[in-house]
Design a protein around this ligand. Sequence first.
Ligand code: ATP
Ligand code: MG
Length: 273
Amino acid sequence: MKPTIIALSNQKGGVGKTTTCANLGIGLAQAGKKVLLVDCDPQGSLTISLGYSQPDNLPVTITDLIKKVIMDKPIQAGEGILHHAECVDLLPANIELSGMEASLVNVMSRETVLRQVLNEIGQQYDHILIDCMPSLGMLTVNALAAADGVLIPVQAQYLSAKGLEQLLYTVSKVRRQINPGLRIEGILLTMVDSRTNYAKEISSLIHDTYGDKIKIFHTDIPHSVRAAEISAEGKSIYAHDPKGKVAAAYRELTQEVIRNEKQRQKHKSDPIR
Ligand code: ATP
Ligand code: MG
């Protein structure tokens, strides 16, 4: 079966892409899915947050697999894949990826090298989540070119309408030119402060502005220091603070993602009327 590939993207920094990638991924694994997390950020934050605190010392990373694709060399089964204790696999990244981004300029099919990597290594998974870097450069275009859907974490109080427009423009351009099947999985409000009504206002603002064009997840991710603690711990929010509100929210988000997927599959198999 073909995996469902979701890119987590927003060119704005610090909105919860990496945290959501790790915890939605581990949530899906807990729901019985086979999950690969792909670090597509030279900062290696996802790699670090899953416990590999020195990504620059890793012998094989995403960069090596992209190089192999560019050089038309085969990728060995399991090459570069790390296994996390909470039952997700990880394709790690480190700073070498930033040099790779620069050198892609002269490569044939430079927008689809990541898609080719995932085609080779991804077939055994149900879900692949790609953690994008905070930019709309070539690596993000590669992630969007490889993905079925893009999940956009947005920090409600810092929502930038212009920033969102730019991202949506990039998505529609990738859809037109490279990946016609790309859909917007949804906007996810993160770090929501429950003491204010701001999140609801923002949510209705986005609804009003973008209408039916964009789905907004029913689940919001609340702000909590417990969530901020996990990036240094190498484990998920479910392991760190299982009874907390952020763990509950990520469980809920996981279910929402699964429900949406089931609905799409159902629509696909509906007889044409
Ligand atoms: P970047 O653009 O740098 O890749 P990002 O979008 O991946 O950032 P994260 O790294 O996931 O964002 O989160 C940014 C910071 O906010 C981190 O320090 C993280 O621990 C913290 N954080 C994430 N989610 C929450 C939350 N629900 N409550 C409080 N802090 C959070
Ligand atoms: Mg990140």
